[in-house]
Write a protein that binds this ligand. Structure first.
Ligand SMILES: [Zn+2]
Length: 441
């Protein structure tokens, strides 16, 4: 056996992948259909009937298998007539080369290709798949074993989704109608809620609220798996339409979501301390308490969510209490500034490192939903103080953020012009939702 070659040809492959991604972005711009796959023209792609990992599988005998617990390279390769010396050098080369494959892991798939009809099963190629984004090929047909890591073609495509909220529905339900995969629909909901977390109370959505969202979808081998970023969006809540544009200026000084006037979308407080929850009891000065069986004001908002759901700090602040009491159960209280405090009750557990005096950031996990203290089921009771008095945060009007710097504004306005036009055009095609007379919203 001669020398072992590492990652030869890798950069070439990367380049091809990048060109492909770019083409997809260009061809899919201005798309108006939801979840439309980029069109693949048959004459531009050489179709090999049974192609995988760059091999025509019809030309080989193919053995598919999975690494088991405790396996080494020997377990994979010895049955396919590879001698121990070659196994050792191959393992070493895979580890030391830029491929950096240190261990083979149980549960990972591998494929062995042998010459068609070769009853001795002498391996010609082996393909190991460390993750969904790449695979590693081992070529045993040369004097030395050639190892290459290949990235699967990934792409980022601009997509658009729009809709209207129906009675007794919510964003998840409405978006679910546009997606085959629950994972993608949840990712888009999450992204939208992230953009508007400071301006829309997603628990208060009404029939007739409407949205148009352009976002960049990440796919590997044509299969969408994540939202890269929302690019531009419009969300109309109670007849109040709100534009949002993701923008980074050329100097890289400002970055984030801004409205059509260049005001930052970020607000001092998140509207809710938990994601994907429902409000089980609102702020109410005259509530009949399910445990105490008396009328007493409910000075908080209850968000029901499964035990263990992360509870987020709704704003930057300092932990003033991280404690336990009979009624509150396990709870955390945060001081945000001279005016505002927030408190989170009935936790199953306080997050690691959360103790009095510690600084927390907006969106940081401070604890987990539970039902400790006077609680009938898992929920977080969220309490909000203004100047020492408990108030209903859901009816509090917070100040709008400052506009972006004067010198950046012209660049911003120029950047958003075509995007806003795209949204305006799409809004015109959106149907209004007119409630049925018989419908009860
Ligand atoms: Zn409560």
């Amino acid at each position: 056996m001669g020398k072992i070659v590492g990652r030869r040809g890798f950069s070439k492959i990367r380049l091809i992948v990048q060109v492909v991604s770019l083409l997809l972005i260009i061809t899919s711009c201005g798309e108006t259909k939801t979840v439309e796959k980029p069109e693949l023209k048959p004459d531009t792609i050489a179709v090999v009937e049974n192609e995988r990992f760059g091999f025509d599988l019809d030309e080989y005998d193919v053995y598919l298998d999975t690494v088991r617990n405790g396996w080494t390279w020997g377990n994979i390769l010895l049955p396919y007539k590879v001698d121990q010396y070659t196994i050792n050098t191959t393992a070493l080369a895979a580890k030391d080369s830029t491929i950096g494959l240190k261990y083979i892991l149980a549960g990972k798939p591998f494929t062995i290709l042998t010459k068609k009809g070769d009853t001795s099963r002498a391996v010609q190629h082996m393909i190991y798949e460390p993750d969904v984004f790449s695979y590693i090929t081992f070529d045993f047909t040369q004097d030395s074993v050639e190892i290459e890591k290949k990235e699967r073609p990934t792409s980022i495509d601009r997509k658009m989704v729009s809709g209207v909220i129906h009675p007794n529905s919510n964003l998840s339900v409405e978006l679910g109608k546009s997606f085959d995969s629950y994972m993608m629909s949840a990712a888009v909901v999450d992204a939208i809620e992230g953009v508007y977390a400071w301006s829309v109370d997603f628990f208060k959505l009404q029939a007739g609220d409407r949205f148009v969202v352009y976002y960049d979808e990440k796919s590997v081998e044509g299969k969408p798996y994540a939202v890269e970023q929302i690019s531009h969006a419009w969300f109309e809540h109670r007849d109040d339409g709100m534009f949002a544009f993701h923008f980074t200026d050329s100097a890289g000084e400002v970055s984030g979501f801004y409205d059509h006037k260049g005001r930052e979308m970020k607000r001092p407080f998140l509207m809710s301390p938990v994601k994907f929850a429902r409000i089980s009891s609102s702020f109410n000065m005259n509530r009949f308490h399910p445990i105490y069986k008396t009328r007493k004001p409910h000075l908080g908002t209850d968000y029901a969510a499964p035990t263990g759901t992360p509870i987020l700090a709704t704003a930057d602040g300092t932990v003033s209490r991280a404690s336990r009491s009979r009624g509150n159960g396990i709870y955390v209280k945060l001081k945000h500034n001279k005016v505002y405090d927030t408190q989170y009750l009935h936790m199953s557990k306080i997050a690691d490192g959360i103790r009095p005096g510690v600084r927390v950031k907006q969106g940081q996990v401070i604890g987990y939903v539970g039902s400790t203290g006077a609680a009938t089921g898992p929920h977080v009771c969220y309490r909000f103080w203004k100047n020492g008095r408990q108030i209903n945060h859901r009816s509090e009007k917070f100040p709008k953020s400052e506009p972006m710097k004067e010198e950046v504004l012209p660049e911003y306005m120029k950047y958003i012009e075509p995007l806003k036009k795209q949204l305006d055009d799409e809004i015109k095609t959106l149907k209004d939702y007119t409630p049925d007379e018989n419908e009860n919203s």
